[in-house]
Design a protein around this ligand. Structure first.
Ligand SMILES: [Zn+2]
Length: 167
């Protein structure tokens, strides 16, 4: 693992020398509930991409600054991306030099590109495809954005896959 640069006063960009994958790490301790970073909307994209973030039922954006594309997914995330207030919030205490990760299905309903998660957390969900594909019993573990909450619990239950196992 090689440090490429400090991107803010509390975040640094690293590259894994084996996989070539880049990721962000903290450079100091962050307390649970604190603001890690305030982002802004780069551009609206007409269709979701592997880099885009869903901010409501129909809109997808690229995050700015650009280094936020290296905010990777984990099934045991330590930050939440608040798409209403454009804030990245710590879900728990984050030690210095921890990778910063969020839970992609917390903002994405149905992802363009599914992928096999390699987060190695004890509760890794395996294939990640978006919130609509999550099994009922894992939902309580995660914090979701309002537009995902609406779809999961509110207005559009018919959009959930009919063959989803019940727990
Ligand atoms: Zn995982």
């Amino acid at each position: 693992m090689i440090k490429l640069s400090d991107v803010t006063e509390n975040l640094a960009l690293y590259i894994d020398s084996v996989s070539g994958q880049k990721h962000l790490r903290t450079t100091c301790l962050h307390r649970s509930g604190s603001l890690l970073y305030e982002f802004w909307v780069g551009e609206y994209v007409p269709h979701p991409t592997y880099l885009s973030l869903q901010i409501d039922h129909h809109r997808h954006i690229h995050l700015e600054p650009e280094f936020l594309q290296y905010l990777n997914h984990s099934c045991d995330p330590n930050v939440y991306v608040d798409v209403t207030h454009h804030e990245i919030i710590c879900l728990r205490d984050i030690e210095e030099n921890e990778e910063v990760t969020f839970f992609y299905p917390s903002t994405e309903w149905d992802m363009e590109q599914a992928f096999d998660c390699g987060c190695r957390s004890a509760n890794c969900l395996g294939e990640i495809k978006g919130a609509m594909h999550l099994e009922e019993h894992v939902l309580a573990r995660y914090k979701f954005t309002p537009h995902i909450m609406e779809k999961l619990h509110g207005t559009a239950p018919e959009q959930r896959p009919v063959n989803e196992p019940k727990h």
